[in-house]
Design a protein around this ligand. Structure first.
Ligand code: RP5
Length: 295
């Protein structure tokens, strides 16, 4: 097995790895073996490490978004036709162990599970996360200040994920060959504005507002995501953008409506107590810092 650690990662992953054995994800009887902190980096020898090899049946049936079971012909660390197999973290290593040789190795280290789990691609699975913000205002329209920090309170659009039932940024996977700006608009429009079920006239109106706001985004993160679906051979990466409605009169004034993969949506106060899916709290913290808002 390759012995070099991923060095672009600020801290150990914890959502996709625990020190003791745990179920892979909610409602799944597949277990991850325990991986203690000191054994996470690939360069730390662990000759008896032999986690189960698991890829969900649906992924093995090879829907359009999934890779074939066999690695033959896949071009890792490069743009492979329309599929981007490059990592934001740099060049990742390939396994050299007998039986699993050639599989990409998670740049954040061991996770306690081999295979792809529920993820479609071997190696990086690319997503995009739109963080839409406005200032919290009282009934008179004045921006609300937290008296403890004397800072203004920021709000962002959060959704409840249908699969995990937890609050999250309304992000989604980048389709093969798709521009990230398209993904950001689509995911926000479908999950937070339910454009899939709006009448055509309303869709046009919503799209116009979203397009105007999304024309001025700021990138706040690009890299690995500590996502509970990650495995030793497949992991999530994302590009997160902030779209801020400073006056609160465009998207900030829209009625939110959950759709597609979201079963709930609301403007949510930003603070350090937020419990969000995957690494989303880290991205939200960056946005609070960007606007010098309360945290
Ligand atoms: C997370 O998974 C990303 O940050 C993004 O929010 C999300 C994309 O996956 P799906 O919502 O398409 O399942 O790692």
């Amino acid at each position: 097995m390759a012995r070099r650690a991923g060095n672009m990662l600020a801290r150990l992953h914890t959502n996709c790895r625990k020190a003791n054995p745990v179920p892979y994800i909610r409602d799944d009887d597949q277990m991850r073996c325990g991986v203690p902190d000191e054994k996470v980096p690939w360069h730390v020898p662990w000759s008896s490490y032999d986690p189960e090899d698991y890829t969900m049946k649906h992924v093995l049936s090879q829907p359009v978004w999934a890779d074939p079971v066999s690695l033959g012909g896949l071009k890792f660390n490069s743009l492979d036709g329309k599929v981007d197999r490059r990592s934001h973290t740099g060049v990742y290593e390939l396994d050299s162990d007998e039986g699993t040789a050639g599989r990409p190795l998670n740049p954040a280290g061991r996770t306690g599970l081999k295979g792809r789990g529920t993820l479609g691609k071997w190696g990086p699975n690319h997503a995009a996360d739109p963080i839409v913000t406005r200032w919290k205002r009282d009934e008179s329209g004045n921006i609300v200040i937290n008296p403890n920090s004397s800072k203004q309170i920021l709000q962002f659009v959060a959704i409840v994920r249908r699969d995990h039932g937890v609050w999250a940024i309304p992000g989604g996977m980048i389709d093969a060959g798709e521009n990230v700006n398209v993904t950001l608009r689509r995911e926000f429009s479908e999950e937070a504005m339910n454009t899939l079920e709006l009448e055509p006239g309303k869709v046009l109106e919503v799209s116009k507002q979203v397009d105007e706001l999304f024309a001025h985004g700021i990138e706040v993160y690009r890299g690995y995501v500590d996502d509970p679906r990650n495995t030793d051979n497949a992991w999530m990466e994302t590009i997160a953008y902030n779209f801020h409605d400073d006056s609160g009169v465009s998207v900030g004034a829209f009625t939110l409506n959950a759709g597609d993969d979201a079963i709930g949506v609301k403007w949510t106060d930003i603070n350090k107590d937020l419990k969000l899916f995957a690494s989303h709290s880290d991205f939200i913290k960056k946005v609070a810092e960007l606007h010098n808002a309360d945290w």
